[in-house]
Design a binder for this molecule. Structure first.
Ligand code: ATP
Ligand code: MG
Length: 136
């Protein structure tokens, strides 16, 4: 069954949005397959976002992701990668539709609450990176 890697970023954890995000995925009908609260090191965050290493915002993005604990999750269900991205909304919250997680809960592109895998291939890589111990 299709799986996606979903992460509540440090701003989402600090603002108390963990329950809200989990609730949306549960209510939509997806299955929670893995979850942990974890603070990652710089090298790990750089690996997660390695495709963006050339971007001018890369250093700031890495600083943000390591600034506090994140909630790393695996969600499973039909179409979860694409539907998860739709539920999350556009990268810049000012462009995210109301009703999406970013569209309802954020205004800053550099503090946009949540990450979701952008393809089935990315999901496989990200789940292997974040859950090397496997899922139970
Ligand atoms: P994510 O991968 O975190 O789910 P995304 O797939 O919507 O987000 P990406 O292009 O992968 O967007 O960018 C990763 C993250 O980098 C964004 O979520 C955002 O926090 C940050 N970012 C992207 N573009 C910018 C920008 N122009 N300025 C500052 N930060 C940015
Ligand atoms: Mg992305």
């Amino acid at each position: 069954m299709e799986q996606s890697f979903i992460m509540i970023k440090p701003d989402g954890v600090q603002r108390g949005l963990v329950g809200e995000v989990i609730s949306r995925f549960e209510k939509r009908g997806f299955y929670l397959k893995g979850l942990k609260l974890i603070t990652v090191e710089r090298s790990f965050a750089e690996k997660h976002y390695e495709d963006l290493a050339a971007k001018p915002f890369f250093a700031g993005l890495v600083d943000y992701i390591i600034s506090g604990p994140v909630v790393a999750m695996v969600w499973e269900g039909k179409g979860v990668v694409a539907t998860g991205r739709k539920m999350i909304g556009a990268t810049n919250p000012l462009n995210s539709e109301p009703g999406t997680i970013r569209g309802d809960l954020a205004i800053e592109v550099g503090r946009n609450v949540i990450h979701g895998s952008d393809s089935i291939e990315s999901a496989r890589k990200e789940i292997a990176l974040w859950f090397p111990e496997g899922l139970f």
